[in-house]
Design a binder for this molecule. Structure first.
Ligand code: ADP
Ligand code: MG
Length: 280
């Protein structure tokens, strides 16, 4: 599937300063298109969470312009931003409001004033996607960190927003649930959703993203496809990023003459296809 040319969300020269004077975003400009898979990387305190909160309208920038589906966002039409951009907060507790998991996940679709059958269908689907069907009657506040995270992801899935932001979603998840999340991301991509994920997991970013944003000290240090970003050693050092293991392996095999120079496998399966003398 190719990336659409429809620009869903545009940030132009956005600056955000917290009350204590910390400038968390400085002159940030970005265009987000339908169907993109974007990884946002950068050190602690780079401004990733602030960027996400600004993109969804939780925070209002000091200056700069946000355009959503061609409409300039102001106070009076911030609802358009909230409807277009769903967010999974870094802290799952910030998101929980209802007394049961079922109530929690159905809250958003209910607020959209959808027919009750549609609310039920969306809620059931989101719970099933996140392996939470058995948790319907549990109070979200008594769940473990990873279970809460799954509920907050289900919350956003049920909203079916065009753009889904996930702020470090994998950090609290065990291996099985990380794989489950990657399956869900695949389905969302098939549905042409735009997904933007902040993460410290460079291996995940390398195999999953088609576009990357590198943030540092509130500035965009670089944007580009994962191969270009991760081949730039100077950039990696500036942004305190590790090199993905797949790319390290690729460079090693090329040095040994075991891989053609133009290929950049992102998964073990792709190595086997490209390995000299391997199956084709
Ligand atoms: P990241 O998500 O990349 O770790 P954040 O967006 O959370 O970065 O933070 C960006 C900068 O803003 C950091 O310097 C952080 O200390 C500061 N910051 C974050 N939240 C607040 C807040 N509520 N009040 C003051 N400063 C904040
Ligand atoms: Mg953060």
């Amino acid at each position: 599937m190719s990336i659409d040319t429809e620009c869903l969300l545009s940030l132009n020269n956005i600056t955000y300063t917290y009350d204590d004077g910390t400038v968390a975003l400085a002159d940030v400009s970005l265009d987000i298109y339908a169907g993109q898979r974007i990884a946002v990387v950068g050190p602690n305190g780079a401004g990733k969470s602030t960027l996400f909160l600004t993109m969804n309208g939780v925070l209002t920038p000091d200056c700069g312009v946000i355009t959503c589906k061609g409409t300039t966002i102001e106070k009076k039409n911030r609802k358009l931003l909230r409807q277009t951009v769903g967010i999974v907060f870094q802290e799952a507790d910030d998101q929980m409001i209802a007394s049961t998991v079922l109530g929690e996940v159905s809250f958003g679709p209910m607020n959209l004033k959808l027919p009750i059958a549609e609310v039920r269908a969306r809620t059931d689907e989101a719970l099933a996607y996140m392996n939470l069907t058995g948790f319907k009657d549990r109070p979200p506040h008594y769940l473990s960190g990873g279970e809460k995270k799954r509920v907050s992801i289900a919350d956003v899935l049920a909203m079916k927003s065009d753009i889904i932001l996930m702020d470090e979603p994998t950090a609290a998840l065990d291996g099985k649930n990380q794989s489950m999340l990657e399956d869900v991301l695949e389905r969302l991509w098939q549905e042409r959703k735009t997904i933007m994920i902040s993460t410290h997991d460079v291996d995940f970013a390398y195999r999953w993203a088609d576009w990357m944003i590198v943030l540092c000290d509130g500035h965009i240090l670089a944007v580009g496809d994962p191969v270009t970003v991760f081949l730039n050693d100077e950039l990696l050092q500036k942004a305190s990023l590790k090199k993905p293991i797949m790319l390290e392996m690729t460079e090693y095999l090329k040095e040994k003459g075991l891989l053609e120079s133009g290929v950049f496998p992102r998964t073990p399966g792709e190595y086997i296809k490209n390995h000299r003398g391997g199956e084709r």
